[in-house]
Design a binder for this molecule. Structure first.
Ligand code: C5P
Length: 303
């Protein structure tokens, strides 16, 4: 489809919420970053980044959570775009639009998945494919989990979150994501890490269904949970509310919070649980979504 303004195509990329199905903190590096063992996956709810041809590089933001970002002087998606422009020696711009549906500073990778989506959209729009290692380096400069978001595949993460190892295929399962509307600072949560570290615990068996996945995850944790609850006690309320939902298989926090997820075997149970939580807490952000092994590919041609 022709872009009405510029006579070119628009590339649209879905930026799915990233979910840490478990997250063990296994050490601390000399530079203060923490070493992790985590299972990253994605959810069928997210932001959208679109890129249309333009002479200059610009970003406009819309969607239900746009307001919190409009105050920012330097958005991560725009920084990603500038980085790619330089890396690929591109001599044109792009009109980027970010539709922000995920709550901000919420442990489901909003900034990281948007940056990764901007890179994927612009690689397609500008028809460039820089060396994969250079792309991974650029992604890591933007944030520890941007490389895995750029890869867009469920995986075990190690290092500070940037090294990915393939994980077994994840079964059909549904999530209910719940955020109490409290922004949690990732550096503040990591700063509170003290005491003994966990051991890495990736698994090799392929869970046949959501029940088996829940069993595997139940033996693992998110080590940041109690620290995040110390900063934002509402996270405890979210976990309690998820815990009261019929047919819940497992409830955990994602990343450094405050978003938590409930795991369900099917869509009907997830939708019922989301409705129950929404009824009790109308101001919380609540979203049922399927569990994704892969972020969808960019689509070209407008929407
Ligand atoms: O790289 P990113 O911007 O996601 O990290 C934000 C902050 O979170 C870092 O500055 C660091 O304080 C903390 N962090 C950490 N260990 C990690 C990832 C993040 O300590 N693996």
């Amino acid at each position: 489809m022709i872009d009405p303004e510029r006579g070119g195509r628009t590339v649209c990329v879905f930026a799915p919420a990233k979910i840490n199905l478990y997250l063990h903190v296994i050490g601390r590096r000399c530079d203060g970053y923490h070493e992790l063992d985590s299972l990253f996956a994605f959810a069928g709810v997210g932001d959208t980044v679109s890129a249309a041809p333009a002479r200059d590089l610009t970003l406009s933001i819309d969607g239900p959570f746009a307001d919190g970002l409009k105050m920012e002087t330097d958005n991560l998606a725009l920084r990603a775009a500038r980085g790619l422009l330089e890396l690929a020696g591109v001599n044109q711009g792009a009109r980027l639009t970010l539709t922000k549906r995920l709550p901000l500073a919420s442990g489901i990778g909003g900034g990281s998945v948007d940056a990764a989506a901007a890179l994927r959209a612009l690689m397609m729009l500008w028809d460039v494919a820089p060396d994969p290692q250079a792309m991974a380096d650029l992604a890591l400069e933007l944030g520890a989990d941007v490389p895995i978001c750029l890869q867009g595949r469920a995986a075990f993460a190690s290092g500070i979150g940037e090294i990915s190892t393939p994980c077994p295929f994840l079964p059909e399962a549904w999530l209910v994501l719940v955020n109490p509307g409290v922004a949690v600072s990732t550096p503040a949560v990591f700063k509170a890490v003290a005491g003994a570290f966990s051991k890495p615990d990736p698994f090799f068996e392929t869970p046949r269904d959501a029940v088996e996945l829940a069993e595997l995850l139940a033996r693992r944790r998110n080590d940041l949970t109690s620290l995040a609850i110390g900063l934002a006690p509402e996270i405890g309320d979210v976990l309690t509310a998820l815990g009261s939902c019929p047919n819940l298989l497992l409830a955990r926090m994602s990343g450094s919070g405050a978003t938590c997820f409930g795991l369900f075997a099917n869509k009907v149970e997830a939708i019922k649980a989301a409705a129950k939580i929404k009824a009790g807490h109308p101001h919380w952000w609540t979203a049922p979504a399927f569990l994704l092994n892969r972020a969808p590919s960019p689509t070209s041609g407008g929407f």
